[in-house]
Design a protein around this ligand. Structure first.
Ligand SMILES: Cc1cc2nc3c(=O)[nH]c(=O)nc-3n(C[C@H](O)[C@H](O)[C@H](O)COP(=O)(O)OP(=O)(O)OC[C@H]3O[C@@H](n4cnc5c(N)ncnc54)[C@H](O)[C@@H]3O)c2cc1C
Length: 435
C-alpha cells in the first residue's frame, strides 16, 4: 500500500543568541529549513567576553566543521606560552596578589586544554555568516506560545502570528518558553533563581590593562577573595581585556529582572580589601550591578512540540565558563536529531531523546558551577587555601572539557530510531500532501 506524504515540518527558533544561532547553523547545514525570531533590533553583545573549552569547540565541529574553523580565526589565546594550557591563573585579590603569603601562580587547566576566548560580537558575527539573509527576523518579540492540536501557534507583540510544526525556545534565562514547557508541570521551576551573587563588568583596551596590571595583563587571571572575585581575560585577539567582578549579595535581590545603576564608589565599597590595581579597572566598568541567575533544577526540557535549548533550559552561574558551551552542545545533538525526522509527528520522540541525553549533563554543569562559585569566593570548606582550591579546580573541569559529544549524537540517533523505526521512503500521491 502506498504511504501518504505529510507536509514538510516547519521549525521556528525563538532567540538569536549563541544557542539559537548554533541550532540554526546545524539545521541549515543539514538542509532543514528554519526561521529564527529575535526580539532585539540587532545582535546584542551583552556579557562582552566569552571563554570556550574543548567541549564547546567539539560541539562547533559537530554543528558544522566550518563553524569551528571560523572560530579558530577569531579566537584569543593567552599571551605567554607558559599560560597556553591554563583557563586561569588563580591569585589572591588582596594587596600584592598573595605574594606576602608566598603565592605566585596557580594554573588551572590541562595539557589538552588550550585557552580560547572571544568578544561576543566577533562570535555572533561568524555565526551569522552561516545564516542566509531573512532567516533571522529581528524586532519580532514573541508574546505568546500555545500548542494547538499538533501545531504550535506563536503570537508576536506586533500583532502578527505564525503557526509551525515545532518550536525551539532559545530565548535566554528569562525566556517565556520555559513557562510553556514547565508552567503546568513544575510551576516553581519556571522562574530562575538569584544565585546570591551580583557582578560588575567591562572591557579595557590592552594598553590600559598593561599600565594597570603590568605582566598580569596578557593572560587570563582569576583574583580571589572572601565573598568576591574578579576574572580578567584577553579578547578581541589581544586588543582588549574583558573583566567581571563577582560580589556576594545583595540577598535577596529585590530589583526585578535587570541590572540596576550603581556608582564607582558603590563598587569600590563592595570590593574592600582588593589590591588597588584591580580597583583601577573599575574606571572601565559599566555603572551597573547585574544579578546572576540560574536554573538549579529543570524537570524536563520539552513538552509536546516545544523544546528548550541554551540558558532558558539550563542557565548557570559563570564560574566554570561553560554556559554557552552547553548551548552549543544542545545545538549539536538537537540539529542531528531533527535532521533525521521524516514527519512532524516525530518531533516529540526527537525531543524526548534530546531531553534524556542533554538534561543530566547540562544540569550537572549548573550545580557544579554554583559549587565552584562557593570555592572561588572562599565560602567552601577549602576556605582560602589556594593550593587546595587550585587542586580542586584542576580536577573538577575534565568531565566538562573531555566529554565525547560525538558519542552522544550517535546514541541520540540510535535511541530515536528505536522509538521511531525507519520507514521505507514515502511515495507522493499525485503530488498532493495529506496536510
Ligand atoms: C558574566 C557572564 C559571563 C559568562 N561567561 C561565559 C563564558 O566565559 N563561557 C561560556 O560558555 N558561557 C559564559 N556565560 C554564559 C553564556 O553567556 C550564556 O550561557 C549564553 O550566552 C546563553 O545563550 P542563549 O542563546 O541561550 O541565551 P541569550 O544569549 O540570552 O539569547 C536569548 C535571545 O533570545 C531573545 N529573546 C528573549 N525573549 C524573546 C522573545 N520573547 N521573543 C523573541 N526573542 C526573545 C533575546 O533578545 C536574546 O537575543 C557567561 C554568562 C555571564 C552572565
Amino acid at each position: 500500500m502506498e504511504q501518504q506524504v505529510e507536509a514538510p515540518p516547519t521549525i521556528a527558533i525563538i532567540g538569536a543568541g549563541i544557542g539559537g544561532l548554533a541550532l540554526a547553523i546545524g539545521l541549515i547545514k543539514r538542509n532543514v529549513p528554519v526561521t529564527v525570531y529575535e526580539a532585539a533590533a540587532e545582535f546584542s553583545s551583552v556579557g562582552a567576553g566569552i571563554g570556550l573549552g574543548p567541549n564547546a569547540l567539539n560541539a562547533m565541529d559537530l554543528i558544522n566543521p566550518t563553524f569551528r574553523e571560523r572560530y579558530e580565526k577569531i579566537k584569543t589565546k593567552n599571551e605567554r606560552p607558559e599560560f597556553e594550557h591554563a583557563v586561569f591563573d588563580a591569585l589572591y585579590a588582596e594587596e600584592g596578589f598573595g605574594q606576602k603569603r608566598g603565592w605566585n601562580r596557580g594554573l588551572i587547566g590541562a595539557p589538552y586544554f588550550t585557552r580560547s576566548g572571544a568578544h561576543r560580537k566577533d562570535l555572533l558575527d561568524i555565526m551569522m555568516s552561516f545564516i542566509p539573509e531573512g532567516t533571522v527576523k529581528f524586532r519580532k518579540r514573541v508574546s505568546l506560545v500555545e500548542q494547538v492540536g499538533d501545531k504550535v501557534r506563536i503570537e508576536f507583540e506586533d500583532g502578527t502570528t505564525e503557526t509551525v510544526s515545532a518550536l525551539i525556545g532559545a530565548d535566554g534565562v528569562k525566556g517565556i518558553t520555559r513557562q510553556v514547557v514547565l508552567g503546568d508541570f513544575a510551576p516553581h521551576e519556571v522562574q530562575p533563581k538569584f544565585s546570591g551573587v551580583s557582578i560588575f563588568r567591562g572591557i579595557i583596551p590592552i594598553e590600559k590593562a598593561r599600565e594597570i596590571l603590568g605582566t598580569h595583563a596578557g593572560d587570563a587571571k582569576f583574583f580571589l577573595a572572601k565573598g568576591k572575585a574578579v576574572t580578567v581575560y584577553p579578547i578581541s585577539q589581544g586588543r582588549e581585556k574583558n573583566f567581571v567582578f563577582f560580589v556576594e549579595g545583595p540577598k535577596p535581590w529585590l530589583h526585578g529582572d535587570n541590572a540596576i545603576p550603581c556608582t564607582k564608589e558603590d563598587m569600590v565599597k563592595d570590593l574592600g580589601g582588593f589590591d588597588d590595581r584591580l580597583l583601577k579597572l573599575l574606571d572601565y566598568a559599566k555603572p551597573l550591578r547585574w544579578p546572576t541567575w540560574h536554573h538549579p533544577h529543570t524537570s524536563t526540557f520539552f513538552r509536546g512540540r516545544v523544546c528548550l535549548l541554551g540558558d532558558v533550559a539550563h542557565a548557570s552561574t559563570p564560574y566554570q565558563a561553560a554556559g554557552a558551551g552547553q548551548g552549543l552542545e544542545d545545538a549539536a545533538v538537537l540539529s542531528h536529531l531533527i535532521s533525521v525526522i521524516k514527519s512532524p509527528s516525530e518531533f516529540e520522540a526527537a525531543f524526548r531523546v534530546y531531553d534524556s541525553i542533554r538534561r543530566p549533563r547540562a544540569q550537572k554543569v549548573v550545580i557544579t558551577s554554583f559549587e565552584a562559585g562557593l570555592i572561588y569566593t572562599f565560602r567552601s570548606l577549602l576556605r582560602d587555601d589556594m593550593n587546595k582550591i587550585v587542586e580542586n579546580a584542576n580536577q573538577r573541569l575534565h568531565w566538562i572539557w573531555q566529554h565525547d559529544l560525538a558519542a552522544d549524537v550517535r546514541t541520540a540517533k540510535d535511541d530515536f530510531f528505536r522509538l521511531v523505526p525507519e520507514q521505507p521512503p514515502a511515495v507522493p500521491r499525485h503530488g498532493r500532501t495529506t496536510q
